[in-house]
Design a protein around this ligand. Sequence first.
Ligand code: CAA
Ligand code: NAD
Length: 292
Amino acid sequence: MAAAIKNVTVIGGGLMGSGIAQVAAQTGHRVTVVEVNENAIEKAKNGIQNSLQRVAKKLYKDKPADAETFVKETLSRLHTSLDLKDAVKDTDLVVEAIVENLDLKHKLFSTIDSVAPNHTIFASNTSSLSIQDIASVTKRKDRFGGLHFFNPVPVMKLLEVIRIPETSDETYEKMTAWGKALGKTTITCKDTPGFVVNRLLVPLLAEAVRMLERGDATARDIDTAMKLGASHPMGPFELADYVGNDTTKFILDGWHQKYPDVELFKPIPLLTKLVEEGKLGLKTGEGFYKYD
Ligand code: CAA
Ligand code: NAD
């Protein structure tokens, strides 16, 4: 079997990309995060620092010196870049975590396909797009797959590994082994809309928003109901705000375009309104709820 993955490039340092980069660096990988401007890089760095402190506190409860060393060593393996082509020229794995937009993902993968080394595996963290569609612009479909993480990446234990018919056994095995090296439990799913978790979770969020729209119950009561009646760690509105209302809308819109007859995927006016107003959830300070 070919060498294991050591150098990783994470493209997009938002909510997901920064979490993926952090966990990869925590587990000994050399990681480069690519972003579009200095502001975004600063935001990613701050997010990673904060999250790393929480992880360190948990891992080294009564050993502050060890906690400090852990943070320092992890950060020493983390690099940032604004130069996409340069950031992939010596990497074993690219994990793409930019916005959920097929045209932008196409542009990105076609740019790096010609510059990344031959052995480099490309993976997308897409929530809902088809991996086959994303891979279509590259000449390395045998070295392409989906690596779908969950938010917050440092805490959530699952990784969905998606293979398309062209994904080679070697690529699939390397992706799965990398997931395990990150400390995640991996499951395998075909390239179907939403894979396993989102195909079940996103319709739940959509139905909760429709319930609120109809005036059946308040957001607070629906959240309380699902936490106390179904033991969910967050209610659907807390979770929608946590995931990002723009992301949930991108997912539903993409599915609606592909499957226009499925009622569950049809646009929801209340969600559209929130997104148009910039109320994207926790990341903008307001969504279904307000945050300080
Ligand atoms: N980084 C590091 N550690 C973190 C963290 C982060 N970003 N967020 C939380 N933690 C840690 C905390 O430090 C805390 O650690 P201790 O147990 O040592 O105290 C622990 O996680 C629990 O956190 P909190 O006490 O702050 O809050 P909580 O108990 O409510 O847990 C939560 C927070 C883990 C987010 C929990 O509410 C939860 O599991 N929510 C559901 C999340 C979920 O469903 N995610 C999937 C979304 S769907 C998706 O991601 C796919 C997609 O494509 C859209
Ligand atoms: P986000 O908006 O928080 O972050 C996206 C980041 O990508 C931004 O920082 C943006 O500046 C950057 N970016 C955009 N175009 C870029 C480019 N060409 N090069 C480099 N960086 C670029 O989004 P997110 O929530 O992190 O989602 C990222 C991806 O992960 C999406 O495909 C989403 O569907 C998927 N996902 C999201 C969640 C979630 O809970 N939010 C969970 C799993 C998967």
